[in-house]
Design a binder for this molecule. Sequence first.
Ligand code: HEC
Ligand code: HEC
Ligand code: HEC
Ligand code: HEC
Length: 118
Amino acid sequence: MTSVNRCLLLLCLSLFCSLPAHPQEGKTSLPALHAKAGVHCYDCHQEEKPSKKAVASDSCMTCHGDYPAMKVLTKDAKPNPHDSHLGEIPCTECHRQHQAPVVKCLECHQGKYKFKLK
Ligand code: HEC
Ligand code: HEC
Ligand code: HEC
Ligand code: HEC
């Protein structure tokens, strides 16, 4: 494959993957933010051809920082989703790239807490 074709293919793939996975998602959704910031498949998947293999939190942390850093970032959220009795669970338990996010906390605390999750 020529590098031009390869670029076009990656562009199509990234456009496809940045389609809103949820009607409420728009330009501020996670896929859109990552696409705008030029985050590539490889940055998260660590594979040239992403498979169904889970994305490691280490990939996210390379750019965003670790749990202590995330804890500071969301210090105003009550309760802080990055500082809970669940400990340092995988980022993708809540944040998704190709699907709508889920706040795992609400599986047990439904209706009790409100979060602004992208
Ligand atoms: C910001 C990180 C991130 C980027 C960038 C990203 N992915 Fe993913 N990808 C994930 C996560 C997290 C999952 C698992 C949960 C989900 O679906 O969002 C996943 C899941 C997948 C899966 C498995 C889907 C399934 O049905 O289980 C494939 C295939 C995939 N990604 C392909 C791609 C391709 C191709 C690109 C580039 C166009 C890409 N990803 C970019 C994070 C990312
Ligand atoms: C190559 C670097 C990179 C990787 C890898 C990456 N991100 Fe991002 N992410 C960014 C950039 C840049 C932005 C947009 C600027 C910002 O808001 O920080 C962003 C935005 C976000 C946001 C929205 C922040 C906001 O302002 O509300 C979340 C949440 C997020 N990323 C989580 C993740 C998760 C979870 C993973 C791993 C699955 C991941 N990111 C992987 C660079 C990255
Ligand atoms: C238990 C669910 C959960 C897990 C796991 C989780 N997050 Fe979050 N994250 C959230 C929620 C909820 C918010 C929004 C908080 C709010 O309401 O302001 C958030 C916000 C963020 C933001 C945006 C902060 C801002 O306001 O600019 C980033 C970046 C982020 N998370 C990255 C990560 C990374 C990286 C990991 C893994 C190390 C991670 N998160 C793990 C639930 C989670
Ligand atoms: C598997 C179920 C489950 C999940 C998932 C879960 N919790 Fe809990 N949580 C509990 C139980 C059970 C208690 C103790 C009883 C209670 O206070 O509701 C508790 C207690 C708490 C308390 C103390 C409540 C109080 O009033 O003193 C906070 C705060 C809390 N959880 C936050 C979180 C956050 C944030 C998350 C996500 C990062 C989360 N929980 C995920 C089950 C869960």
